[in-house]
Design a protein around this ligand. Sequence first.
Ligand code: NAD
Ligand code: MG
Length: 478
Amino acid sequence: MALFDYAPAPESRAAAGDIASTYGHFIDGEFVDSTGSEALKTVDPSTEEVLAEFAQGTEADVDRAVAAARKAFTSWSALPGGERGKFLFRIARIIQERSRELAVLESIDNGKPIKETRDVDLPLVAAHFFYYAGWADKLEFAGYGPNPRPVGVAAQVIPWNFPLLMLAWKIAPALATGNTVVLKPAETTPLTALRFAEICRQAGLPKGVVNIVTGDGRTGAALTAHPDVDKVAFTGSTEVGRAIARTLAGTRKKLSLELGGKAANIVFDDAPIDQAVEGIVDGIFFNQGHVCCAGSRLLVQESVHDEVLDALKRRMSTLRVGDPLDKNTDVGAINSAAQLARIQELTAAGEAEGAERWSPACELPSSGYWFAPTVFSNVSATHRIAREEIFGPVLSVLTFRTPEEAVAKANNTPYGLSAGIWTEKGSRILWMAGKLRAGVVWSNTFNKFDPTSPFGGYKESGYGREGGRHGLEAYLDV
Ligand code: NAD
Ligand code: MG
């Protein structure tokens, strides 16, 4: 037994504000009922309690939202950039003012710890709107010509792992460049997007500039295939990304895809081990491992393998898994029963293929969806757990001897979203960064995000960049 334990430090659930029992869509500045009668439920994955019902968007709903966005485009795109920027600044400030409410609501709907929604998601959401607000009146200096034009109506489909942050990554650059949007949140996490709709009204954003249509993949398919959409931005699985690319092939629509990953986190023998272990933990257990750029493949130099693995296990034993609203919680609930089943299937495959599985002793709550932080050692490059995206708190450990071998193993994946390098040697960092086929390479850190820095992938991780000056291009007619 531990010498002392943490007392519970619960955040107030009431801070999430009122959650309605049913939600419709947000179209042309109004909350409206669906034309269909099908309703979906969103649950709190830490308890399986139903939080609200929301509409399954029909083709007619999508049509109405796209028409509203089309109508609003004429005046929104004609506004001087500085005027558009004012709306974005206003939205950013309201998000800051309401950040506690949004953080709690996000934790409840998604299952992620309040520590993360409060300290990572919400500050980044506000920062994204501030950052692109700043670009709105400076587009002629962005390097895309003297008078870069918006694309038009953007259809945006986002996943459930960072619901409000992915909304910000999509909506902020689109609005700054003069586009109007129809956004579909994921079916397990619609609540913060619907609350954002309220914020658009509070900010006085002109009607139709932002439209939110809820529903599952059927609604997403109808939205991305809609003939009057000019641009599609998607974040989610590679499988769905491929389907969207097929649908859009041969059309005039512009497309950006941010898909899966299987990132290598590479630890050399000269790395500061304790620091590296913090980075490994942050790389794979942050957000329950529901992170496309997660450091899910740990590549350790053979000479320090045992030392790193021992230190990692000690550190994992201190991770606190449980109530997402407890401020001490490090690892929250798995987002859905379906995602839990996928993690269970892949970890069972890891054991069956002969890798060695380890988790710290930890008591998991009896209701809700939970998975203990897990590490697999003795993993070979052919194992499914070394190749497939698990999207959960599961780390696969492989070894290497030389920098060349580390590069070859790191690049031995169909993905190419991110990578991490841990070493004291600056020259090696630069050499490695030049050889790794990954959109983001972190050195002596991991999972650091900044709105000024472009993010995106190579190969099956997708194309196009979000964030930074580069992120403007996806929404400009260039
Ligand atoms: P998904 O790709 O099915 O869902 C992502 C979004 O796309 C959701 O809003 C969904 O409703 C929508 N969608 C589904 N089918 C669609 C279609 N045919 N056309 C348009 N939109 C559609 O992802 P998932 O099923 O939630 O997760 C499956 C796997 O995807 C995960 O295990 C993980 O490996 C990966 N994933 C990656 C990311 C990422 O950030 N890159 C995010 C979520 C999931
Ligand atoms: Mg939910």
